[in-house]
Design a binder for this molecule. Structure first.
Ligand SMILES: NC(=O)C1=CN([C@@H]2O[C@H](COP(=O)(O)OP(=O)(O)OC[C@H]3O[C@@H](n4cnc5c(N)ncnc54)[C@H](OP(=O)(O)O)[C@@H]3O)[C@@H](O)[C@H]2O)[C@@H](O)CC1
Ligand SMILES: Nc1ncnc2c1ncn2[C@@H]1O[C@H](COP(=O)(O)OP(=O)(O)O)[C@@H](O)[C@H]1O
Ligand SMILES: [K+]
Length: 509
């Protein structure tokens, strides 16, 4: 699913109107109808539910006014609060005129801001994608007032004061919504942790925006849902053998962190690898043999850390990092790996920290290497703290471009940046996965997928991220969020991948 800029949203709006031969007022009516249907379906509001709709001067306010009329027609008694304005949009004016006189309308006034009761449903239709500058004056006061109320706050399209695709100055007034109901496609702002307190839960309401126009819009940010992956994860052929899926090599573990190597090994096995060899310091030998008997175990001569790179000849892909530690000898193993590798690499955890601390190693990264930092590891990689989440995203894009690699930034919406500058946000996963070892599981799974020659680097990464989160979503149904541990994710990798294998075999854009 494409993530459009605010400017592209306007192009889509106009393109839809043209292509479908409708008026902008009709499009607004679709938006208001979709909002009404959501309110009725999601809230099952009692007939006396106090709906308060705050309307700004543009089409966002127009949506609010049209919704007020539809609520009234459905038997509710909404009240409308208008932000005084000198100029308003044509569709705002048209919907103000169409508002039945029985719907109470009030002008917002700085000295007489209304008290919204705790049981009220507030609809924030002040500003949407047309926001052109930070809110000041009365609008900012209204937002602050709204944020203090105990009422349920639902933002129409965008929380007012939030820009769709860029940061706003610190301390700007922004509505803190419980829900944001956006039209058709998500906004970039929804994916960034710094906006979570404003956006709340977000949902997309379909209003029939024109698919042919969407198709033509060039974007560099996408949101990956299951339909995008349909057909990208091949079934296992009937006459396949273990060689079909590749032999993976994992370099992981150090004294006290053998568990990371175990989790990554288990995840690689559940990820469908044909064969797995795990290279581990001696201290981990018995543990790994007992906990991942399907893996072959190659003990390093050193007791507590990896000190030697094995012969790479047999392997289809190599993963390095989980629990590795940052010993000098292990850094040399990493260096030799980067110099020698002719097969896909997956680099995680301490191997990333070693790259960050020894920047010259970054020049050795083979093209299409997959790196999986969390934000702190990513900061060590770049050596430059990000100003904010938007800046970090651009750093990510730049890093993947410059290094010709695939770089993941892990989080609630894990982002994958590709060498051609695209960013894909993953849609699966849950806060139960914020627990030690979840990342090791991801590395093992990605290693298995990179060892499978049938998958491109990009598809392997997208499938791995999606299936990892999906496995977490299946696991959490049994464990609850607090009770989820990384090993639970491993148990559901198989079912998550099977869902993708069973999905239809055509590719849906
Ligand atoms: N395709 C779609 O997605 C559809 C979109 N639809 C809806 O349209 C919405 C976008 O409408 P929109 O373009 O009229 O912009 P909107 O957000 O109402 O605000 C613009 C007004 O606010 C003003 N203004 C701006 N910043 C300000 C500030 N800081 N402080 C004060 N004023 C400020 C600005 O004035 P100006 O910047 O020109 O001075 C202008 O007057 C969209 O979010 C969705 O709800 C649906 O109806 C149908 C399908
Ligand atoms: N709130 C969340 N929602 C969805 N996924 C999450 C959330 N928190 C963490 N995750 C996922 O869990 C994994 C954590 O990885 P990482 O931070 O490397 O953990 P560790 O180093 O302990 O293994 C990542 O894949 C991340 O996307
Ligand atoms: K809004």
């Amino acid at each position: 699913m494409k993530i459009l800029s605010a400017a592209q949203t306007r192009i889509l709006d106009e393109g839809t109107i043209k292509a479908q031969g409708i008026t902008s007022l009709e499009l607004m009516e679709r938006a208001a109808t979709a909002l009404l249907n959501w309110l009725l379906d999601a809230l099952h509001p009692a007939a006396d539910t106090p709906f308060h709709i705050l309307c700004g001067p543009g089409n966002n306010g127009g949506d609010g006014l049209a919704l007020a009329r539809l609520l009234h027609q459905s038997g509710y008694q909404p009240q409308v609060w208008l932000l005084p304005t000198e100029k308003s949009s044509a569709d705002y004016a048209a919907n103000l005129q169409r508002l039945p006189t029985a719907v109470p309308r009030h002008e917002l006034h700085a000295r007489r801001l209304p008290t919204f009761p705790a049981g009220a449903v507030m609809l924030d239709a002040l500003f949407g994608t047309g926001l052109s500058r930070p809110l000041t004056g009365l609008a900012a006061q209204v937002v602050a007032h709204l944020n203090e109320s105990q009422a349920l706050c639902i933002a129409v399209d965008m929380p007012s004061g939030l820009l769709a695709d860029a940061p706003q100055p610190a301390d700007s007034a922004v509505v803190q919504a419980h829900y944001t109901l956006s039209f058709e496609l998500p906004k970039l702002a929804f994916f960034l942790p710094q906006n979570a307190e404003f956006v709340g839960e977000w949902e997309l309401l379909s209003i029939g925006l024109e698919a042919t126009v969407i198709h033509k819009l060039a974007v560099d940010n996408c949101f990956i849902e299951e339909n995008f992956l349909v057909g990208r994860y091949p079934k296992r052929p009937k006459f396949s053998h273990k060689g079909t899926f590749g032999h993976a090599l994992l370099l992981a573990g150090s004294r006290g962190k053998i568990g990371a190597a175990v989790l990554a090994s288990q995840a690689c096995l559940r990820g469908g690898t044909g064969l797995l060899t795990t290279c581990i310091p001696q201290v981990g030998y018995d543990i790994l043999q007992a906990t991942a008997p399907e893996a072959m175990c190659l003990p390093d001569p050193a007791l507590g850390h990896l000190s030697e790179l094995p012969d790479l000849q047999p392997y289809a892909a190599v993963g390095i990092g989980p629990g590795l530690g940052q010993e000098e000898a292990s850094r040399e193993v990493l260096r030799q790996l980067l110099e020698a590798a002719k097969v896909p690499l997956v680099i995680d955890a301490d191997a990333l920290n070693l790259l960050g601390a020894n920047q010259e190693l970054l020049d050795l990264l083979p093209p299409d290497t997959l790196l999986t930092p969390h934000p702190k590891e990513f900061e060590r990689l770049t050596g430059e703290p990000a100003r904010d989440d938007y800046h970090r995203l651009e750093q990510l894009r730049q890093f993947a471009r410059q290094r010709r690699c695939f770089c993941v930034l892990k989080g609630a919406y894990t982002a994958l940046a590709t060498p051609d500058g695209q960013i894909y946000f993953n849609s699966t996963g849950n806060p139960g996965m914020a627990t030690g070892g979840s990342g090791d599981v991801l590395t093992g799974l990605l290693l298995a997928l990179r060892a499978d020659k049938r998958l491109s680097a990009c598809n392997a990464a997208l499938i791995g991220l999606y299936a990892h989160g999906r496995a977490g979503d299946l696991a959490v149904q049994q464990t609850g969020e607090a009770g989820l541990v990384a090993g639970d994710i491993v148990r559901f990798i198989g079912p998550a991948l099977q869902e993708l294998a069973d999905s239809l075999t055509h590719i849906v854009e």
